[in-house]
Write a protein that binds this ligand. Sequence first.
Ligand code: COI
Length: 363
Amino acid sequence: MSALTFTPAATARRITDDERARILAAPGFGQHFTDFMAHARWTVSEGWTGAELVPFGPLQLSPAAAVLHYGQEIFEGMKAFRHADGSVWTFRPEQNARRMMRSARRLALPELPERDFLESVRALVAADEPWVPQPEGETSLYLRPFMFASEEFLGVRASHTVDYYVIASPAGAYFPRGVQPLVVWVTDTYARAGAGGTGAAKCGGNYASSLLAKNEAVSHGADEVMFLDSETHTAIDELSGMNVFAITRDGRILTPRLTGSILEGVTRESVLQLAADRGLQPVETTLVMSEVLDQISSGEITEMFACGTAAVITPIGEYRSQDGTWTIGDGGSGQTTLALREELTGIQYGRVPDRHGWLTRLV
Ligand code: COI
């Protein structure tokens, strides 16, 4: 199959420079979208064709499109960062391309070749370059590649027509309170994923199934919900959209091992590397929630944080459950957590040498 080329459609910009500047000054998260979107279509008979960049706007979709009924959909999350010299870069995009292929396999969707994934992202960011915020503060252009079953058919089988898009959204901090420590509710009612399920895939269904528990968390005054494993309800899986880490007094950094039911986070993997670089001992293991809470109480666990592309690294200050409340350290942002965050964002924004070769230039 020959490589896809995403060619821009001739189009007028949707909004004025002034309006875009106003949005970029305080973008929030996921609220504003750029001028273009990348698109390609897959059919059983022709494979991937019709690559194009089109103006961002509503899709035309049959009410019988399979995705609306059976949820056959996957997505990715990435960011484009502007460096001080004006150039624009992204972080480990090949990891997102490969994870999207793994997610596609699990959801019986077609795999988009890595080079086409990378080209769709490059072409979109090149066309939407004015939307990449200046590197003040911590704003970036959040990129959302996604793929869904668009065939007009109500039979339950893998769709014969699939649409792939990349949309882009200027982004500030993911949580409205910024990088403030999170209050996390531990649910003992709901699970996010089970053995043999789709927990390791980045599919919309995982997020849909987390929402009721998230509402439960919010009703207890928490920002996020912690899911435990579905079989024993004892071991930490992840938050509704982020991996979890703990740092111990004796210099270990702990995170749940990849069981097949948690997401293989790109930030998770990068944190393990950066932590090892600074002499911490990374341990991927089963983290039993009751033991973690005991170690928080005894002071053996000194810091915890959540991580993901959108949230970067965000400290966890407190756990709440039906059984009580646990404050981690002094409830503030831990020193090592903030140092890891500073280093990761430093690499992403070009302030710290990219010693692992994680950056790819887009513009
Ligand atoms: C990301 O970190 O990019 C995510 O996918 C988490 C959430 C915004 C869905």
